[in-house]
Design a protein around this ligand. Structure first.
Ligand code: 2AM
Length: 135
């Protein structure tokens, strides 16, 4: 009984803490480690606070109920999205050196708390997003 209660409590606390993914996240055929995800979030937060916004990223991310994307962070936003690149490089587009943002994005809060990894690959509409596997 005690163990069961403790397990339920642990589950409740850990889900409220917006844990990072437990392992590799897959977006279409692109794979991301937890450290790559953390690095992309940190770059997005840094760009935002420095006012350096390559192609306006981070963009604000809006909860779209029809997309059925679960956000693993608590609160009501605002949320932000920033490209995560399958090359392992950090997204640093500039007007003189344009870089495509690709298909995949990390979603996070203004303080850099992890919320999700999403992709345009396999989304129901061309401009829509779908959650990446194991995010
Ligand atoms: P993106 O530029 O990173 O692809 C139209 O889909 C625009 O809204 C795109 O600029 C897209 O980001 C952004 N966007 C924000 N939240 C979205 C959501 N929940 N679903 C789809 N696009 C979203």
């Amino acid at each position: 009984m005690f163990a069961k209660t403790a397990a339920v409590l642990l589950l409740a606390v850990s889900s409220a803490m917006a844990a990072l993914p437990s392992g590799t996240v897959t977006c279409g055929s692109n794979k991301y480690s937890v450290s790559a995800i953390t690095a992309a979030i940190n770059a997005g937060v840094k760009d935002q606070s420095s006012g350096n916004l390559p192609d306006d990223y981070p963009h604000q991310y809006y909860d779209e109920p029809s997309e059925n994307i679960e956000l693993w962070c608590s609160g009501n936003g605002p949320w932000y999205e920033f490209p995560i690149m399958p090359t392992g490089k950090i997204y640093t587009s500039t007007s003189s050196n344009y870089q495509s943002p690709g298909t995949d994005r990390v979603i996070f809060t203004s303080s850099g708390t992890y919320c999700a990894v999403v992709t345009h690959t396999g989304a129901a509409s061309e401009d829509g997003f779908v959650a990446c596997k194991n995010d």
